[in-house]
Design a protein around this ligand. Structure first.
Ligand code: NAD
Ligand code: SIN
Length: 469
């Protein structure tokens, strides 16, 4: 008997959006393997022709694409439109990065011509998360295809419709059969793909627990590339901020954008105890003005729901656990009546508490009051993660100290923790990644370097160590 269909639901309403069979990882890997030689040896220009057509189709289909993302994830329509824009924008950035980081370099040396060229790995598996269901898988797929790899994507089981739409645009762009294969399904299909003997690597974006399980599974295959982009428990320090209103706006953008479902969202607001009351009041006042509504609502919402009712339940439980541990609620994270997955933005003072170092992937921000800068830095670095961090306020000297002392791959000053740029490397340290940053540096994990010394004809003598002839 075949397993029940995979179904996805509109996050805002719970209504069914998409239904389809679970995919077959083995068939997809075989198709990708069969397509690899022709795609890898096609001239770069031929690959780019298809990839540029895809970019143009994404732009031409932007309204429909954004609609699907907004309905499936629940993010506001403007947020989904920005995601589609990033999907198209990724193409030119990735072409530039391919040449800058993995292109061909040829120079003359005494021994002849010295060349550095790059080869694709082969068949790359991609596992995607639900929060950016198009942008993040796309951020692995585009550089992988430019470099000549073929790809098998297993999107999040919560966002299959978005992946299907993206796959259709690739097909319309003329991508040859087998070059990109989509396997719909959940962890079962993810495991089948990740453990398939005939993949040459795995590019993963998702939760740290999943990433660690994948790293354990890949321990036996160090010859395969494994790129892990995982979560964070990101600190935001507000220090000597001259403009409290601006600081509060940056806090809101950092913690509650996309309903807190960005890996770079701030989870811990660290502030000097003397400055805390004014800042917390300003943040709470802004929270009270946040419009939480379905993606297409008028007036336009700042936040939609979280991805589903289970995520909402988990967040509610996380907030309750912080309260039970002694946290002082400033704004309660509670379920809202708009739909099964709506929650209100939560703000809680957890100063002095020792809480589990977990990522709560939603609109939940802790306030931690500290007596001095050293305590602020100690609090900021008191995490096994190391993805994003930001300092709001201070001067150049303080920012330099912050930059030096903080353990994170994305370090901002007077900007939100979220909103990372595609034309820069994107990755974290500690439990946030395995030193294979994505975005601009994704080129690095999509190809391997080959160093050559070459001359057009053999020409050699042995200068020392021979008996006279
Ligand atoms: P997740 O880890 O639950 O799922 C990611 C993908 O892995 C999905 O396709 C899922 O089906 C698959 N999967 C789950 N268990 C698996 C297993 N045992 N073997 C193989 N595949 C498996 O992540 P999510 O909940 O979809 O996404 C949210 C998480 O992603 C958050 O932790 C967030 O911080 C993180 N994230 C990280 C980045 C980054 O670039 N660092 C960006 C966005 C999201
Ligand atoms: C993410 O990939 O989840 C966050 C990207 C960003 O910083 O906005």
């Amino acid at each position: 008997m075949s397993p029940p269909d995979l179904v996805s639901y509109e996050a805002a309403t719970g209504a069914e959006l998409w239904r389809g069979p679970h995919g077959d990882a083995n068939a997809a890997v075989n198709a990708a393997r069969a397509a690899f030689p022709a795609w890898a040896t096609a001239p770069l220009e031929a690959r780019l022709e298809v990839i540029h057509r895809y970019r143009d189709l994404v732009r031409a289909n932007a309204p429909a694409f954004a609609d699907i993302i907004a309905r499936e994830t629940g993010k506001p329509h403007w947020d989904a439109a920005a995601e589609v824009n990033s999907v198209a924008g990724k193409v030119d950035i990735s072409v530039e990065a391919y040449h800058a980081r993995t292109g061909t370099r040829i120079g003359e040396v005494a021994a002849g011509r010295q060349a550095v060229r790059h080869k694709p790995h082969g068949v790359l598996a991609v596992l995607g998360p639900y929060n950016f269901p198009a942008h993040l898988p796309n951020g692995h797929i585009v550089p992988a295809l430019i470099a000549g790899n073929t790809v098998v994507l297993k999107p999040s089981e919560l966002t299959p419709a978005t992946a299907e739409h993206m796959g259709a645009l690739w097909a319309q762009a003329g991508l040859p059969d087998g070059v990109l294969n989509i396997v719909q399904g959940a962890a079962h299909e993810g495991r089948a793909l990740a453990s398939h003997a005939d993949i040459d690597g795995l590019l993963f974006t998702g939760a740290a627990t999943t990433g660690y399980a994948l790293a354990r599974a890949f321990a036996a295959t160090p010859h395969k590339i494994l790129a892990l982009e995982m979560g964070g428990n990101n600190p935001l320090i507000v220090w000597d901020a001259p403009d409290i209103a601006a600081a509060a706006a940056l806090v809101i953008q950092s913690a509650y954008l996309s309903s807190g479902q960005r890996c770079t969202c701030a989870r811990r607001l660290i502030v000097h105890e003397a400055a805390a009351p004014a800042l917390v009041d300003a943040v709470a006042a802004l929270i009270d003005r946040i419009i939480v509504a379905e993606p297409f609502a008028d007036p336009v919402p700042f936040m939609g729901p979280v991805i589903d009712a289970r995520a909402a339940e988990r967040l509610e439980a996380a907030f309750a656990a912080m309260v039970a541990a002694g946290g002082k609620p400033i704004r309660a994270l509670t379920r809202l009546p708009q739909g099964p997955a709506f929650v209100s933005p939560g703000l809680i003072d957890t100063t002095g508490l020792t809480l589990p170092d977990e990522e709560h992937f939603g609109p939940l921000l802790q306030v931690i009051r500290v007596p001095d800068w050293d305590a602020a830095m100690a609090a900021a670095n008191a995490t096994r993660f190391g993805l994003a961090a930001s300092l709001v306020g201070g001067d150049q000297a303080l920012y330099d100290r912050f930059w030096t002392q903080i353990r994170a791959g994305i370090v901002n000053w007077n900007r939100p923790t979220s909103g990372a740029a595609s034309n820069a490397p994107f990755g974290g340290v500690g439990a946030s990644g395995n030193h294979r940053p994505a975005a601009y540096y994704a080129a690095d994990y999509c190809a391997w370097p080959v160093a050559s010394v070459e001359t057009d004809r053999p020409d050699a003598t042995i200068a020392q160590g021979l008996r006279l002839a």
